[in-house]
Design a protein. Sequence first.
Length: 140
Amino acid sequence: MKKILVATDASEYSKRALIIALDLARKFNAEVELLFVMIDPVVYGFGVADSYVAAPEQIERDGELALEATLEGIDISGITLAKKKMHGNPGHVIVQEVEDENIDLVVMGSHGYGAILGSVLGSVSQKVLHGSKCSVLIVK
């Protein structure tokens, strides 16, 4: 195992996933990629006056804040860690990143929705679990 991808949404579940990924990286001398996928803004409202779209700069700032929040208080010493922000549908982007970067393992948190509710909500972890060509570790 050479490369571990940790997908984050800055939740406590993501922090747990990162801690486990770092432990594995230390055992296998692997690199870790911490990935935050920013969903492109959607325009809400019915007319120009009541519509809102976040500025690209705000989206980038939010992505950086999510990466930093995930790393806060976690010891990453001795680990080669790359932080990455990408745009798009999180499930699709993570699966594509696995292919593009030759990822050996994806570690991500689960919000614990369950199979039925998760499929209704379009769970990112389920999309990655079923679409990825490498092993996926879901952390609760």
